[in-house]
Design a protein around this ligand. Sequence first.
Ligand code: ADP
Ligand code: ZN
Length: 616
Amino acid sequence: MKEARKDLLLPTLSEVWGYSDLRTGQREAIEAWAGGQEVVALLPTGGGKSMCYQLPALVERSLGRGTTLVISPLIALMQDQVDSLMGRGVMAAALNSHLSRYEQEEVEAALEAELLDVLLVSPERAAKSQFRELIRGCEIALIAVDEAHCVSSWGHDFRPEYMRLDELREVVDAPMMALTATATPRVVSEIISGLALKNCEVIRGDFARPNLRFSVSLESGKDARLEAIVALLEDKGMRGNTGDGKAIIYCASRKKVETIAAELRSANFRVGFYHGGRSQEDRQKAQGAFEAGRTRVLVATNAFGMGIDYPDVRVIVHAQAPGSLEAYYQEAGRASRDGEPGYCLLFYSAGDMVLQRRLVRDAKDRNRSNEALAGMEAYAMSTRCRQELLCLHFAPDADVTACGVCDLCTDGDAVAAGLEEKRAAKLASIESLADFELDIIVSAVGNLRKPVGKASLARALRGSKAKALRKYGLQNLPEHGALKTRSELSIISAIDGLLRDRRLAPKGQKYPTVWLPNKPVRATGPKAKGARSRSTTRKTRPRSSNLHRALELYRNRTAKKLRWKPYMVVHNKVITQLDAKRPHSIEQLYEIDGLGPAKVEQFGYELLDIVRRYDQ
Ligand code: ADP
Ligand code: ZN
């Protein structure tokens, strides 16, 4: 049996398709199947995934065996595949919700009469018990699961019906083959367990796309990004009404899609836009116009994509970085499927990652998402050939060579200089905080009701009124807004310093939070009443100004350092006057009662500095 299968492979390939050989990845996948194993085949988009099950389907038929079932979520493309197979003399049919009752019955009858070589089924249909009853007793040679990454609950392609496909095994005894263009080792293991694959061989195809020029821009400003997009589109001849080639601009949000589309339209490009918020009809129109070349640029969210195959997309821009390298490669990989030169430009900034993080709502997905974002960052900040990095990401054991066309291969020095500049700018934007400001942080943590994350604390200290902070009661913190003049990064880096010095203690495993060392965390829940009343008394107490608190902290800190009593540094009434008069010069300091020349000389400049910072 195994030998018979292997002997039939190449003759069938050349007879039905006219191809002389299998491609890398296809060969390994089909040989594993022929040898009796179940298979997960990871082949890049355009790598010829459908051949992996179409050829086995025909070989099995020649050997007198049954129909190959293909589960595919792309109903819109099923008919194309059926037509193309029928055109080669292969008996193929599809079952999905688009068929009339009569058409369905016809397909079911053909299946029962064992006329079909290939039957394409939507996952919704395949998961139904009626479908299991239909195929019970039919001879099924192979079950191919296309777009198998849909079994993973992570990512925007998740289809719950995929989790039920293993139930097909209860009614038929056929091996499974899973196919996808995108899979990290983790998704692969989810595919294997979700489909209950046995004796399984994982095949990775060749992910290199030597005709694509990958490049990254670390530009974060939206005007500068737009300018660069316009220049690229212009350079690749996308302006004209006619001409070859198309471009897709991917954005992370629907709103961004619409603004960029409008801006490109006013820059005289023929532009359409596509996102999940538009009606089915509008989306079809936008896709149709793009397909026909009436619009040459399509601005879209990731709703536009799976199963899309236009050979002449020459430019793919990510105007905002996506949430994972898998998503990026799948989307960018839609460029130049015909092997002609194509251009893939990714814009990346920390802000894009913040946006992506916000898009992850489900707490349980956050860890994986952070990992995915780290992969994205590593790609953007790489100094190694982009193509090499992508290939290694998908096939860690791959033999890679530098592509010679990406921005790093052609212009590595400039890219490295740009990276260096970014790093320096980031470091420069982190100021170190004064001692009294560190005290403010510690005192704020002392006033917390429960541990909070560094970023939330930093935002509260900067005076943020964001809703998310309200949840923790952070806007009622006496120190709220006390470090207004400092950047969030500076405060976070100061918190890190305090953690290192053990003036603060880390708490929590999954979401690292900060707390005072040795202070017990009070249980919330029924006892929270007490906490609530505490916060109301805090509200009714007259709140002193930020400046007042900063001066107090400075005084206490200085007193400690000098081993003085706090009033020996400055009196309360001096602080009150400083707060009221807000002096800006040494002369003005002399007008404060109780602050003689000796004190002015000793503390004057520091006091002025604090006033300057908090006088707002
Ligand atoms: P995918 O589903 O992986 O995106 P397809 O199955 O649509 O890719 O195949 C992409 C193209 O490659 C198709 O035009 C197909 O006919 C062609 N192709 C597939 N296998 C071979 C092969 N062994 N030799 C030559 N062309 C092939
Ligand atoms: Zn390269």
